[in-house]
Design a protein around this ligand. Sequence first.
Ligand code: AMP
Ligand code: MG
Length: 324
Amino acid sequence: MGRTARLSADEAGLAEAAAILQRGGLVAFPTETVYGLGADATQAEAVAGIYAAKERPSFNPLISHLESFEAAKVQGTFDDTARKLAEAFWPGPLTLVVPVAPTCTISDLARAGLDSVGLRVPAHPLAHALLKATGRPVAAPSANRSGRVSPTDADHVLSDLDGRIDAVVEGGASDVGVESTIVACLGGAPRLLRPGGVPREAIEALIGQTLESGLEGGEKNPLAPGMLASHYAPRAQVRLNATAIEAGEAILLFGPERMQGSEQAKAALNLSKNGDLKEAAAHLFSYLRQLDASGAQTIAVAPIPETGLGDAINDRLRRAAAER
Ligand code: AMP
Ligand code: MG
């Protein structure tokens, strides 16, 4: 990638930013909380680019930004509480984690393989105009390298990401500077996952109940299966760094090499035949799901290099392997 373009905060600049997002590029843009690093949430390879640019060592679910509540309803299923919160606080610094809608187009990678989705309608006029011009959900964590502070202006963004992303929209300073409040509405009582720009008290006053904390369902308010965890894990066992497979296993390959015994596999998928880590990241969650659905007891995973996006891929696979 060449140098990062600075785009002006006018119609021409935003049209260019939208075009870059639509073709799978990365654009940092201002929101009322912090500058976000955006990618088209429906294109898994574009989302993988976010992790690569930030050098994030693990995949966590990203917040997808939308131009309106109407657009958000295509992606997620809103119960009464979620609808009330959306109507009261959107546009604004509130993220709602809700079950995926049947019409959801947000990629598995942006959801980190979960059956839920994090959605927000930002209030910043430039963010809103960009989302409208793009016409797609835009996944956008903070536009900084992993471990650094969240940026509140375009110069902060460039000091971390110059040459690593396609463009930044120069929109002046963000005015909240704290991240969005995250509330999960997944059936049962709503839960506060992260405090942020919208105060807890304002939310509790609106819904007339106290917010529970954390994602785990607890006994009083169990969550629907698949919503319970904060990260995706297949039902099958996961065996890492496999160089040969046993009868009845499913295999997750990487790169051009075949695996010994693969004729006997219950199912086989290759994350990337060319050994491209970005392509592999984009396929990771959907391939794990497909192999899990084959009914195999174990998914044998070929070695994946521990470089670049390989770190985040291996992190997720190790968690899946440790799960039972
Ligand atoms: P950010 O780094 O500001 O983009 O926020 C990402 C955070 O949003 C994640 O670390 C989660 O806490 C939360 N989040 C987004 N989507 C989901 C989801 N589907 N399920 C649970 N938490 C989510
Ligand atoms: Mg951050």
